[in-house]
Structure formats: structure tokens, C-alpha cells
Write a protein that binds this ligand. Structure first.
Ligand code: GLN
Length: 276
């Protein structure tokens, strides 16, 4: 016999003692994935019987949450800069801090038809958000991972982003000299020994970790950007909250000027930018 919603609400309470977030996540899940109404979720839960398909989805939710699987992967959806993006384990779940980088670009005064590149685009969240807000620009999103590009392509299509183009590339090696006005990136920057990694086991490691204390990819990008940026072009890179001094040094060593930083919501230096 099918069980009612109250049964599963109780099961969640018993299975996740001490987890204060889980009720909120479960409620959100019921509305988003099972399309349940507020009245069923909050009031008529005892009367609301579940179909076998619904029960399977709930059991899958419980199973995944017991392994700390992020809700955004369960829902295959995340919110970033006013839009819903499809996500799965092929890409990183976009973080709110990254919106700071997008905001900076969206408030920038571009020359007409400027070319902008989002390297390591992952879900495409940065490039697509910029492309949607600036239809006059040509925005390119590159990634080494073909799997990531498939996800970015889903988002490009879903969000009708006609001025966003995808490219398979290992950082900047394949681009023409003097081609881009702006290069942006949220590259992997976590050091292999960082203790935060134990909370990020479900996201692709190659999108998170970089060797050389987390700086290897930022060094590569900065060095290679000097070949493909136009004169007075700008490089904008997100990094760890404690990496801004090293990143400034890397920018200086590669002859960037007017180097400045953007701070995140917790007032940590989070994004470095410089003019070439
Ligand atoms: N650009 C994507 C993001 O900001 C992916 C970043 C990455 O994979 N390191 O979420």
C-alpha cells in the first residue's frame, strides 16, 4: 500500500537528526521535483498519498542526502545571476561569489562588438550570464572537458543565448594573438591539501583543484592571456579568499597594470583584474 507524505516527513526527521537544513531542502524538493502544492506539503500531508514514482523519487532523495549529495545536483538546477542553469556532476555548481565577477563585466563600458572569453566555462554560468546581459558582445566559453561543454550547451540552448559560442580548448593555447578585449575565468584554485575539499566530494575534482598551492592554472592563464589579449585588454580572475597577494604578483610578473581587486560578500578579496 502506498504511504502518505506525513510518513516520509517523519522518516526524514528520524533519519537526519541534527541536520537543520534537511527539512527546508526536502520541502523545496517536493515542490520543485514532485510539483506538490503548499497545501499538500504543509497541511494535508496525512491525506496526500504518494504514487510509486513519487515514492521512488523521495527514497532517491533520502539516499543521496545521506551521502551529502548537493540538492542542486538532485534537482539538476541551480540559480545564478537571475537565471536557472542545468547542472549535473560533470560541472561545478556555480557559487554566489562568482556573480561579483559577472556584475563587474556587466557594468563595464564596452566598445561595440567587443570579444570576451570565459575560460573554463563549466556550466557556462559566467559566459552565458554576460552574453544575455550584453547582446551586442560576442562571448566565447571554452573548456578542456567535453563533458562540461555538453552541459554548457544545454544551458546555452535553454536560455537562448545566441551570442555565446563554445570552444573545446586547453586553456588559451589555441586562440589567435590580439583577439580578445576581455578574458574572465573562475579557474580551479583549491590546493590539494585544503580541508574544505572533504565537503566537495561530489563535484569534479579537476574543476576545483590546482597544483602549486592552487595557483598553477592561474599562472598558466595569466601567462597565456598576454598573447591573446588586445592592447589594453583586461584579465579578470576569481581566486581563493587568501590568494590575492600571490595573484597580484603573478599579474605584475606578466606586465599587467592597474591591478585591482573585487571583494566578496564577506569582504574577502575574491577577484583580481588587470589591464594588459
Ligand atoms: N566557470 C564555472 C563557474 O564559475 C566553472 C568553474 C570551474 O569549473 N572551475 O562555476
Amino acid at each position: 500500500m502506498s504511504k502518505n507524505l506525513r510518513y516520509y516527513k517523519n522518516l526524514i526527521d528520524e533519519s537526519f537528526i541534527g541536520n537543520i537544513l534537511i527539512k527546508k531542502e526536502f520541502t523545496f524538493f517536493l515542490k520543485e521535483k514532485l510539483y506538490l502544492k503548499d497545501s499538500d506539503v504543509y497541511i494535508n500531508d496525512k491525506e496526500r498519498n504518494l504514487s510509486p514514482g513519487e515514492e521512488d523519487l523521495i527514497l532517491d532523495f533520502i539516499n543521496k542526502k545521506q551521502n551529502d549529495f548537493p540538492l542542486d545536483y538532485i534537482l539538476n538546477s541551480t540559480k545564478f545571476y537571475e537565471n536557472e542553469f542545468y547542472v549535473d556532476q560533470r560541472v561545478l555548481i556555480p557559487r554566489p561569489e562568482t556573480e561579483i565577477l559577472v556584475d563587474y563585466i556587466n557594468n563595464y563600458e564596452f566598445i561595440d562588438k567587443a570579444r570576451i572569453l570565459d575560460i573554463g566555462t563549466g556550466s557556462g554560468c559566467i559566459g552565458i550570464s554576460i552574453a544575455l546581459s550584453n547582446p551586442q558582445l560576442n562571448v566565447y566559453g571554452s573548456d578542456y572537458s567535453l563533458n562540461a561543454l555538453k552541459v554548457a550547451d544545454i544551458n546555452r540552448e535553454e536560455l537562448n543565448s545566441d551570442n555565446f559560442y563554445l570552444i573545446n580548448a586547453d586553456w588559451l593555447s589555441c586562440f589567435r594573438e590580439n583577439f580578445f578585449d576581455i578574458i574572465v575565468s573562475n579557474p580551479p584554485y583549491i590546493c590539494e591539501e585544503d580541508k574544505h575539499l572533504k565537503n566537495l566530494i561530489h563535484e569534479p575534482r579537476e574543476a576545483l583543484i590546482s597544483s602549486d598551492s592552487g595557483l598553477c592554472d592561474i599562472k598558466k592563464i595569466t601567462r597565456q592571456a598576454t598573447n591573446i589579449l588586445k592592447k589594453n585588454g583586461i584579465l579578470v580572475v576569481e581566486h581563493g579568499f587568501n590568494q590575492s597577494i600571490e595573484v597580484r604578483k603573478i599579474f605584475e610578473e606578466n606586465n599587467f597594470s592597474d591591478i585591482s581587486i573585487l571583494k566578496d560578500f564577506q569582504n574577502h578579496p575574491r577577484v583580481t583584474l588587470g589591464v594588459f
